[in-house]
Design a protein around this ligand. Structure first.
Ligand SMILES: NC(=O)C1=CN([C@@H]2O[C@H](COP(=O)(O)OP(=O)(O)OC[C@H]3O[C@@H](n4cnc5c(N)ncnc54)[C@H](O)[C@@H]3O)[C@@H](O)[C@H]2O)C=CC1
Ligand SMILES: O=C(O)[C@@H]1CCC=N1
Length: 271
């Protein structure tokens, strides 16, 4: 339990909600240690009623109280919140930006002397299976970053990377859950197409992706080796894999990640 830390969120949208849900489930902090600011009163009411967290529409009321302050607004609006944050956050706090494309240089220039961390999480933090990558700013020591690692580690896996890799991380694991949901949805449609009920098809598709992912992580084997273990000579799997390769699914996934990475770079151009 991070018993003596206050955790703030500027922006109470999708990723803030996922982080709050995951952190509270992990029991690392209690609801009254979390404060959220948003311009939407509906979002604030929803977050307060759902999680019991403290909510306010005043950014400074959150930033001046937080030991760990997550900036969870869109990159397009970060300019409009950062001046309020910079004038109220204390040097004893650490500011954690999850905004795609927004660089450490930009954050450090706007908040001189404040320790900052750039993080790319993903929505499965909500169920304790998130993937987050973090890059530390130049004023951020390991000691300062530790509570942030602890928070991210309580809701999934966390790696520290060099900042140059952050756009690529955004393309693979930040946006990645959307590709996985698309695959599950498509596999479910396929199941319905061959006669399964929708509920059964969704269960089969989701559990299959979960099991396959777990095998990769737990065996340490190359995914291609695990795929070979499913693929009996002259059997069903190679017939299916043949179609996926013919239709260019591998190339489409690579193109998707390259496009998302490029978009993340574009979004960071202003800094
Ligand atoms: N959704 C995701 O899976 C991930 C999102 N991110 C990053 O998280 C950030 C937020 O993304 P989402 O949660 O998806 O967006 P969202 O649109 O769901 O949430 C943004 C929230 O910020 C609020 N907001 C807008 N202007 C504000 C202001 N001036 N002061 C306070 N709050 C304000 C909005 O009302 C909204 O509730 C983005 O920078 C994105 O790059 C990073 C990783 C994953
Ligand atoms: O779509 C986006 O821009 C954000 C960043 C990674 C996931 N969602």
């Amino acid at each position: 339990m991070l018993s003596n830390k206050k955790v703030g969120f500027i922006g109470g949208g999708a990723i803030a909600e996922a982080l709050i849900r995951g952190i509270l489930n992990s029991k690392l902090v209690s609801p009254t240690q979390i404060a959220v600011s948003d311009i939407s009163i509906q979002r604030l009411d929803y977050l307060h009623n759902t999680f019991g967290v403290i909510t306010t529409n005043k950014i400074q009321a959150v930033s001046e109280q937080s030991d760990i302050l997550f900036l969870t607004v869109k990159p397009q609006v970060i300019d409009s919140v950062i001046d309020s944050v910079a004038s109220s956050v204390t040097v004893k706090s650490v500011v954690v930006s999850v905004a795609a494309g927004i660089t450490l240089d930009y954050l450090q220039e706007k908040m001189p002397g404040i320790p900052v961390i750039r993080v790319m999480p993903n929505t499965p933090v909500a169920v304790g299976e998130g993937m987050a990558a973090m890059a530390l700013g130049s004023h951020t020591t390991q000691e300062i970053s530790e509570p942030v690692s602890t928070i991210l580690g309580s809701v999934g896996r966390v790696v520290t990377i060099r900042e140059e890799a952050m756009d690529a991380v955004t393309g693979v694991s930040g946006s990645g859950p959307a590709y996985a949901f698309l695959l599950i949805d498509a596999l479910s449609d396929a199941g319905v197409c061959v006669g399964l009920s929708r509920n059964t098809a969704v269960l089969l598709a989701a559990q299959t992706l979960l099991g396959a992912a777990k095998m990769v992580l737990e065996t340490g084997k190359h995914p291609a080796e695990l795929r070979d273990m499913v693929t009996s000579p002259g059997g069903t799997t190679i017939a299916g894999v043949h179609v996926l390769e013919q239709k260019g699914v591998r190339g489409a996934l690579i193109d998707a990640v390259v496009a998302a990475t490029t978009r993340s770079r574009e979004m960071g151009k202003k800094s």
